[in-house]
Design a protein around this ligand. Structure first.
Ligand code: MN
Length: 314
């Protein structure tokens, strides 16, 4: 059996992928965890991380790729096949085995089995809810990671069930304090100073609307040497400014392609806007998208339209 998470994986993607992998191991089922992109540095400490396969393009096209011979494929933390990249989703489409999906993002496609709730904080919450009896410590560590990261450390996207699941995970042999330390308090001095620079010189407040943004163009991205996952959480800076209800991060990682992160709160929804103009989507209050243009042009196009998200609710 093969498990797959989405592109540019976050804490819930890797947490659910490795949580699933650990549970399979616990129940004596062999599984291969696949990620379309490299695991971000801050998650490589998770148990099983070294067993994650990041397929190369030639592997996916050839006859001996990692999906060959799979009797079952489980998609975790995404439910639209193209969210794991073009080559991997094409490889999935060529398969004849059953495809299952466990996810909490809106508007899922059709699968042979679909376990899906948009009311869940995270895919890890859904997965942990399936466990009967005690949860093994390695799985608990991975699943708690998804809960912690997708809720901003238990701040948003919560329901009573999230806390019940968290309580159940805490009853395993999980060392919670060690986990939060590894996730949130092991930043390098260099990374912390970079955050200081971003806050001081790159965070821009809109003169009229309750929103702020950060833009990093291709030259800046190269000069700063930003690694995968380096910008994790930066989009939230603008949302924590008093009075703001939305925040955005524009990152031109490759020249001419600008990726956008969207965050909002208090009834301002961003996923429809991300879908309408930026080939993206996601949750009401947390979405992603892209625009095939340089950062500056993207920001201009964006700011000419962003008033739309406030139209009915300001
Ligand atoms: Mn998630």
């Amino acid at each position: 059996m093969v498990a797959i998470c989405h592109s540019r994986p976050d804490g819930d993607a890797i947490g659910s992928l490795l949580g699933w992998h650990a549970l399979c191991g616990h129940y004596g089922i062999s599984s291969l965890p696949i990620s379309p992109d490299t695991v971000p540095d801050f998650l490589t400490f998770l148990p099983g991380s070294a067993s994650i396969v990041v397929p190369r393009s030639e592997d996916l096209q050839g006859p001996d790729g990692p999906l060959q011979g799979a009797d079952l494929v489980v998609l975790l933390d995404f439910s639209r096949r193209n969210r794991c990249g073009e080559e991997l989703s094409q490889a999935i489409n060529r398969l004849t085995c059953p495809i299952w999906c466990i996810d909490h993002h809106p508007e899922p496609e059709t699968f042979d089995a679909l376990f899906h709730r948009t009311s869940a904080s995270s895919t890890c919450e859904l997965l942990a809810g399936l466990i009967q009896g005690d949860c093994p410590a390695d799985a608990a560590q991975c699943l708690m990671t998804g809960l912690l990261t997708d809720t901003g450390r238990f701040q948003y996207a919560l329901s009573p069930n999230t806390f019940e699941i968290a309580a159940a995970l805490l009853k395993s042999d999980l060392d919670y304090r060690a986990l939060t330390d590894r996730l949130f308090e092991q930043e390098s001095l260099e990374a912390l100073r970079l955050r200081g620079f971003i806050l001081k010189d790159k965070l821009v407040q809109h003169p009229e609307l309750p929103l702020a943004w950060i833009e990093i163009n291709f030259e800046e991205s190269q000069a700063l040497g930003l690694k995968p996952g380096a910008t994790e959480g930066w989009v939230n800076f603008g949302l924590s400014i008093q009075g703001n209800r939305a925040a955005f991060l524009f990152h031109e990682k490759e020249a001419g392609v600008t990726r956008i992160s969207f965050r909002s709160k208090q009834g301002i929804e961003v996923n429809g806007f991300a879908e309408k103009y930026f080939n993206g989507g996601g949750h009401k209050y947390a979405a992603g998208g892209r625009f095939d243009s340089h950062c500056q042009d993207t920001v201009q196009f964006f700011m000419e339209r962003v008033g739309e998200i406030f139209t009915f609710s300001l």
